[in-house]
Design a protein around this ligand. Structure first.
Ligand SMILES: C[S@@+](CC[C@H](N)C(=O)[O-])C[C@H]1O[C@@H](n2cnc3c(N)ncnc32)[C@H](O)[C@@H]1O
Length: 278
């Protein structure tokens, strides 16, 4: 094992530096993630089933109209799209995980729900005047760099019809106050990160002035090959969201607090939902 190489991988990481692997689209890991998404008893890749039910009811109430076109960005295997379609909305889902989109398409077919799915990167989204409501749920808004976030917001703005709404959730400053620098390791004979044996080195590094955290996972295989996965998380207060959304053309930025209960995985006090209008 090259210890110097490992030290270099973990130190002085520049803000938004990418890892060498992408968890969501990796053929093996995305299969593991799909299992986590559709297990309604946990909050790993999607929130638990009860929270999703609650969120969908709340979203429909905030949207405040029956019917209409809804676009779910980062829709995963369709846990929100299906529930919204069952409520009578005309729904489209976008995600870049082939595994999740394939599952979502098959599931909609089985349930005879008419949902349109696209397997694509939401940073490349090029819809015009398509949706009355766009949702992005489970804090995906927090994982992008600031330039990616602006690209996404422009894509969302273009895809919304005039007066359309965008609903999303973010990690707030309460969550940031709970975040700590951490390091841990784990051996596995085959598990979440790969089917073969591996050593996993995990760390959480705080960039305090920027309210940003890097979650780094280094997977080392039996040949000593390292794959790094970087998850950047931003934590936003209401002022941050207002200024970011308004500078991207949105109006009526409304902080809706948090209505979720029973969430064991995340500190849900640390989550705030927002609704904004084009
Ligand atoms: C935390 S999961 C949430 C899934 C879903 N919103 C839910 O709550 O059940 C994030 C989802 O965003 C997708 N995703 C991440 N980055 C993406 C990108 N650049 N383009 C499209 N989908 C992306 C992942 O594949 C994953 O399905």
């Amino acid at each position: 094992m090259n210890i110097d190489k490992l030290i270099n991988l973990t130190q002085d990481i520049e803000l938004y530096e990418k890892g060498t692997g992408v968890m969501w689209t990796d053929e093996y890991i995305s299969g593991q993630l799909l299992k986590a998404h559709i297990d309604s008893s946990n909050d790993l890749a999607s929130r638990n089933g009860a929270s999703i039910e609650q969120a969908v009811d709340w979203i429909a109430g905030e949207f405040g109209r029956s019917g209409g076109a809804v676009l779910d960005i980062g829709c995963g295997p369709g846990l929100y799209t299906e529930r919204l379609a069952a409520k009578g909305y005309s729904v489209t889902g976008v995600d870049f995980s082939e595994n999740s989109i394939e599952y979502a398409k098959n599931s909609a077919k089985e349930k005879q729900l008419n949902i349109e799915y696209f397997c694509m990167d939401y940073l490349m989204l090029d819809f015009h005047d398509k949706a009355d409501l766009i949702i992005m749920i489970y804090c995906d808004f927090c994982v992008m760099s600031s330039s990616e976030r602006d690209i996404l917001l422009q894509n969302i703005y273009r895809a919304l019809k005039p007066g359309g709404k965008f609903i999303f959730d973010v990690q707030n400053e309460t969550a940031f106050k709970c975040a700590k620098d951490e390091k841990s390791w784990e051996f596995s004979s085959g598990g979440f990160w790969q089917a073969e044996p591996y050593l996993l080195l995990t760390s959480k590094q705080l960039y305090k002035e920027r309210k940003i955290v890097l979650n780094q996972h280094i997977v080392i295989d039996e040949e000593n090959e390292c794959t790094t996965y970087h998850f950047w998380e931003h934590f936003y207060n209401e002022g941050d969201i207002k200024s970011i959304l308004e500078s991207n053309g949105f109006a009526n930025v409304k902080s809706c607090g948090n209505f979720l209960i029973n969430n064991e995985f995340r500190n849900e006090n640390g989550i705030t939902f927002y609704r904004v209008t084009k």
